[in-house]
Ligand binder design. Structure first.
Ligand SMILES: [Zn+2]
Ligand SMILES: [Zn+2]
Length: 351
């Protein structure tokens, strides 16, 4: 018996490699053809009593050696080779701001395309492991240019990347001018590594709070509805947001006006925020990569947030803290959770 690779919470019989990627074994499709994993979603075994050290160790290994590691490596490369010196960033100028804008745009286009092209252009695995049948909308009034992909690319590159870049340049300028306490590798290596480890942890409550705010009556229609037009999301839907939502979304880095850091921590947080939405909106549970052993196929970890796009009023966060559980908005994908959500909405006067 091995740990379930979807939730680490229960033991499953080892599958033959040929069957390990069979969507019928790992999940099921309803009458509308929507696929869902069999195992309900679970939070990491952190806030549990009694403690479960072995389960926690398994989760922590997954936390380290996952998308987080990829973003950290990208951030390290950017910081070492594609970021101007702090002396250069002492005063604003197109000479260093423009290269950062172009660098971020290139990284986004390459990373998002690596997910989008095989799944949505070549359609290499068809709808296997796809949560919702169907492809990005064409000729729909919901989207700019009447085309979901073009709309999503537009908002990502014309709003998301510039606002990401604006935060990055502003924070580098603040580091350069001593408005943020800068840690150094010589004296503070332990703290820099710890802060890098905590970046996804911090992003979780920040995303929850700003996201809940965007679902308020005052803000939803004006600023967040645009993102929710993507009821059948793909990678490019991830950063397809209104500029006001981008300003809120990337604002987590402002914490470093309080918490000392190194520019590499700042860059990691921005890379994490800028790239994680692509797998987070993949639309598929797994991306089947030819040549990879079946058991090592790429997990998107997108089901939690897919349920948010499907039902709107649940799963506002998606990470380490069980925030939705604490605030009564968690939907683990089970029929019971859906019934509880509908009852909660009915109590609030939703039909
Ligand atoms: Zn989303
Ligand atoms: Zn939302």
């Amino acid at each position: 018996m091995t740990n379930c690779e979807l939730c680490y919470s229960h033991k499953v019989r080892p599958l033959s490699l040929a069957k390990a990627v069979d969507e019928e074994i790992l999940g099921h499709r309803n009458q509308r053809g929507e696929w869902a994993p069999r195992a309900p979603l679970e939070y990491p075994p952190i806030f549990v009593w009694p403690p479960k050290p072995r389960k926690l160790a398994t989760w922590f290994r997954g936390y380290l050696f996952s998308w987080n590691l990829l973003y950290a490596v990208i951030a390290l490369g950017i910081w070492l080779f594609l970021t101007p010196s702090l002396e250069t960033a002492e005063s604003f100028g197109t000479g260093w701001v423009l290269p950062i804008l172009i660098r971020n745009a290139v990284i986004v286009v390459v990373f998002y395309s690596l997910l989008h092209i095989p799944l949505y252009v070549r359609r290499s695995q068809g709808e296997t492991f796809k949560y919702k049948p169907g492809w990005p909308k064409i000729d729909s009034r919901l989207f700019l240019f009447r085309n979901q992909t073009r709309d999503n690319v537009f908002w990502t590159l014309c709003s998301g990347v510039p606002i990401w870049t604006a935060y990055e340049c502003f924070m580098l300028w603040a580091f350069s001018n001593g408005h943020i306490t800068s840690l150094t590798w010589d004296a503070d290596a332990f703290w820099i590594i710890l802060l890098m480890l905590l970046v996804p942890v911090w992003r979780d409550p920040h995303f929850f709070v700003t996201h809940r705010l965007l679902h308020s009556r005052a803000l939803y229609r004006r600023f967040h509805k645009l993102h929710h037009s993507n009821t059948n999301p793909g990678p490019w839907s991830g950063l397809a947001m209104h500029p006001v939502e981008h300003v809120l979304y990337f604002s987590g880095v402002l914490i470093h006006f309080i918490v000392p850091a190194s520019p590499v921590v700042l860059i990691y947080q921005l890379v994490h925020s800028g790239l994680a939405p692509a797998p987070g909106h993949l639309g598929y549970e797994k991306m089947l990569v030819p040549g990879l052993r079946d058991a090592r196929q790429v997990n998107s970890e997108a089901f939690n947030h897919y349920l948010h796009h499907k039902y709107f009023e649940c799963n506002y966060s998606d990470g380490v803290f069980p925030l939705d559980k604490w605030f009564g908005t968690f939907n683990d994908g089970s029929p019971e959770a859906r019934a509880a959500m509908q009852e909660r909405l009915a109590r609030r006067g939703h039909t």
